[in-house]
Design a binder for this molecule. Structure first.
Ligand code: PLP
Length: 388
């Protein structure tokens, strides 16, 4: 499970950079100027594609959009101010009152809240299906407007057969959207398997340094044009030039970081699997049958603590691994499921989809794996010894 570490298009910017600088400039400008009436008239009329205003387009953001489109194998992409803004941008322009969305169970809790609490108020119904049951997914598609996938899903890390679901979606005229933040295009290119739109929480692996919020949507020119008309300009949640610059910088090392996140995540998952205080590991590598298309693994996974282990003591005993939401940065983080249930969306989705509150989500960072293993062993042993 390796990909080539040599990815020139990640390292070399697509556009020529003034002064032969090796890094792209940040065009920290809200608007762009015109020399004449006819120049601005041409832009408004679509006869010229100069930049106008950064809520529409900005050169630094465009550089990143071009990069993610090339990596995902699509013709176009758009940047948003967060992953959630990108999810809104990928879904909302395509649904209207009376439509039905088919979503995978165990999806990211705020995407679940968007479907449950917001879209439902506009007459859009969402049905949730076990994404690993390909037949059930395909049977749910006729008559739906959009299928929303996360492969793997949040907290349970279940995979979907993207090729089979993508083909069935096209056959029934259903648009397909996937959150590809976990695998990144380094490990999974859903467009090659027939998925229409790829969404990224660029706040995670793409930026990779826990210093940025951003989101991206990649897809065909037609779909991105519709998103432009309805979401990027009108919702206004556009990516900022500074965030685009930071994400571009992070992506220059994406391939190397993904290899390391994968190796460390696998080492920790195998160690936890062998530990008597852990009853179950939720990691796609441990599934017997993996659908095609996934060439590697993100470093985010989850595990269930055995009954005798106190989750609070376990979390508090960790020294190297910190408690914190998000993932994809250099630091290893855990989120205890029972505490996450305090978040309204998470609590509802945990209950609805039967995720154990004894579940712990672990994001393997870039630290030495041995240090993280020692930390986990110590915390498990101390939490188990006290509870016994
Ligand atoms: C799988 C997944 N998708 C989307 C998001 C949303 O990204 P953002 O926090 O940038 O809005 C998250 C955030 O944690 C996530 O875990």
């Amino acid at each position: 499970m390796t990909s080539s570490p040599h990815q020139p298009d990640l390292i070399t910017p697509a556009t020529t950079i003034p002064h032969d600088a090796s890094a792209p400039p940040i065009f920290q400008s809200s608007s762009f100027l015109f020399d004449s009436y006819s120049q601005i008239a041409d832009v408004f009329a679509g006869r010229s594609d100069r930049f106008i205003y950064s809520r529409g387009d900005n050169p630094t953001v465009s550089e990143l959009e071009g990069l993610i489109a090339r990596m995902e194998g699509t013709k176009a992409a758009r940047g948003f101010s967060s992953g959630m803004a990108a999810i809104c941008g990928a879904v909302m322009p395509f649904v209207k009152s009376g439509d039905r969305i088919v979503a995978v169970e165990h999806l990211y809790s705020d995407a679940f809240r968007l479907f449950e609490n917001v879209l439902s108020r506009f007459g859009v119904e969402t049905v949730y299906v076990d994404g690993s049951d390909t037949q059930a997914m395909i049977e749910a598609l006729p008559g739906a407007r959009l299928v929303y996938l996360e492969s793997p899903t949040s907290w349970t890390f279940r995979l979907q057969d993207l090729r089979a679901i993508g083909a069935a979606a096209r056959q029934h005229g259903v648009m397909s959207v996937i959150d590809n933040s976990w695998a990144t295009p380094i490990f999974q290119k859903p467009a090659d398997l027939g998925i229409d739109l790829m969404v990224h929480a660029a706040s995670k692996y793409l930026s990779g340094h826990s210093d940025t919020l951003g989101g991206l949507v990649a897809g065909s020119r037609d779909l991105i044009r519709k998103i432009d008309h309805e979401a990027t300009h009108l919702f206004g949640g556009r990516m900022s030039p500074m965030d685009a610059f930071l994400i571009l910088r992070g992506m220059r090392t994406l391939d190397l970081r993904m290899q390391r996140h994968m190796e460390t995540g696998l080492a920790l998952a195998r160690m936890l699997e062998a530990h008597s205080s852990v009853t179950r590991i939720h990691h796609p590598a441990l599934l017997a049958n993996r659908p095609e298309g996934l060439r590697g693994f993100g470093g985010l996974f989850a595990f269930d603590l055995a009954d005798g282990v106190d989750p609070e003591r376990f979390c508090n005993a960790l020294r190297r691994i910190r408690i914190g939401v998000s993932w994809g940065g250099p630091e290893s983080l855990i989120v205890p499921g029972a505490a996450a249930c305090g978040l309204a969306g998470a609590a509802n989705s945990f209950r609805r989809f039967g995720v154990s509150p004894r579940c712990i989500r672990l994001a393997a960072g870039l630290e030495p794996a041995e240090e993280l293993m020692a930390d986990l062993t110590h915390a498990l042993d101390s939490a188990t010894a006290v509870a016994a």
